[in-house]
Design a binder for this molecule. Structure first.
Ligand SMILES: NC(=O)c1ccc[n+]([C@@H]2O[C@H](COP(=O)([O-])OP(=O)(O)OC[C@H]3O[C@@H](n4cnc5c(N)ncnc54)[C@H](O)[C@@H]3O)[C@@H](O)[C@H]2O)c1
Length: 397
């Protein structure tokens, strides 16, 4: 069996021969639902990976289809099926697996339709905008004949592969006591229909964007959250933004604290009115401190840089080292994380076990994010047991 991802340092992962590039013609045939910004990134990355075939696409928006066809043609002359309905796509026997990259508020409906095929599904994050829907999806996935992979792709950034290798595999920090995660970045980008400017369609900023970070924090702590508090709001972005008569209502900054049942404390800082992107995870345990960081840019042609420092006596990364992926991978989307997320999807399609997010893990990140969003809206501390009872959901085991 091939190794699970966190068991490999990122450089070894990047060099691993099973990632050798081909033309994908003999690989599994995947259909993409929703080929906006992220769906096209998946398409480009699949072509770069060269181990699966993008068989067809479905999208409600003609321009998204045209852009996907153009991106596809730049890499291959093979035909690309364009479906005229979700039903047509789901009925195509030639498809081996589905990748859903539509806006958040559409996920649960499309997911449940695609589930009728019984085939493997990759679903973008956050899994849903409603906790009840997400809980139902987790329950359905438990008895599903195909596997379901959630799009928590930050796990596959080079610095977090290294971090989770050190924390979970090497146990270099000993018991973890504090986690501090932060993201500083430019505002949300334009989307088809501007769904990400409205809480109703995105689930809110802490859900839409930050479920990634709550997934990383949950992974680092490996316990159950008991208390969540958040402060933040709308300071700079989209204050006067309107779309189809609706005023944008999304938050652009927040401080969130989470207390876990093993006593571990976590903190998350978000600021979305910066010029450049800087992300940092600081984890401290009995044996020392780990810092995983990334600097990157939304400007074309500016490379990202990822670093890891593990201040534990005798650790080779004590003074810090750069762990950025090779340029072709790093520039392919989300600092190379999408490439390795695809490698993980492919590995699962081939029957391997990898550290990709399960529906239960996706739901856990959504629960913390939703509790934080609720604390932000009410100004109250959220006790997870009460919150789950009120929302009629349970923390997944
Ligand atoms: N993992 C990540 O880091 C990451 C990054 C960006 C976006 N995302 C997620 O990917 C998803 C898509 O985001 P995006 O940035 O590509 O948005 P987008 O608006 O650029 O693209 C969404 C596409 O889905 C299409 N669509 C909408 N409803 C549809 C439906 N019912 N059936 C078929 N197509 C439909 C739209 O026409 C559009 O082309 C979201 O869930 C988002 O949160 C994940």
């Amino acid at each position: 069996m091939r190794p699970r991802f966190f068991s490999l340092p990122s450089a070894q992962l990047a060099n691993n021969t099973w990632l050798a590039r081909g033309d994908g013609s003999n690989g599994p045939r995947v259909a993409i639902i929703g080929v906006g910004m992220m769906g096209r990134e998946h398409l480009r990355v699949a072509l770069l990976l060269g181990r699966m075939r993008i068989h067809g696409v479905y999208d409600e928006h003609a321009e998204s289809i045209e852009r996907a066809q153009k991106a596809y043609r730049q890499a291959t002359q093979r035909p690309l099926e364009v479906y005229t309905s979700l039903e047509a796509l789901c009925s195509d026997e030639a498809v081996d697996a589905y990748l859903i990259a539509t806006p958040n508020f559409t996920h649960s409906g499309i997911f449940e339709r695609v589930m009728k095929t019984g085939k493997p599904i990759f679903l973008e994050k956050p899994m849903a905008t409603s906790l009840i829907d997400a809980q139902r999806m987790v329950t359905l996935a438990k008895t599903y004949p195909g596997f379901v992979q959630l799009g928590m792709q930050y796990r596959f950034k080079a610095q977090y592969i290294e971090a989770f290798h050190a924390i979970r595999v090497q146990k270099a920090l000993g018991a973890v006591h504090t986690v501090a995660m932060s993201e500083y970045r430019p505002p949300f980008l334009n989307k088809v229909g501007e769904w990400n400017k409205f809480n109703n369609y995105s689930g809110g900023t802490l859900v839409e964007k930050c479920c990634h970070y709550f997934d990383l924090i949950n992974l680092a702590v490996d316990a159950r959250p008991v208390k969540v508090y958040a402060e933040g709001g709308r300071a700079v972005n989209f204050l006067d933004f309107k779309h189809q008569g609706l005023n944008s209502d999304i938050d652009d900054h927040a401080f969130v604290t989470v207390t876990y049942d093993n006593g571990t404390l976590a903190h998350f800082t978000l600021n979305m009115f910066c010029q450049e992107l800087y992300e940092e995870l600081v984890v401290t345990g009995d044996q020392g401190r780990l810092v995983a960081s990334e600097s990157s840019s939304f400007r074309d042609g500016v490379d990202s840089s990822a670093k890891i420092q593990i201040e534990v006596s005798g650790h080779p990364a004590y003074d810090g080292s750069t762990v950025t992926y090779p340029s072709a991978i790093e520039t392919s989307g989300h600092s190379g994380a999408t490439f390795f997320e695809h490698a993980a999807f492919l590995a699962q399609l081939e029957g391997d076990v990898v550290d990709a997010a399960t529906p239960a893990q996706g739901f856990r990140s959504l629960l913390v994010a939703s509790a934080a969003q609720h604390a932000l809206a009410t100004g109250q501390v959220v006790f997870m047991d009460e919150f789950c009872a009120r929302e009629q959901v349970t923390w997944p085991s």
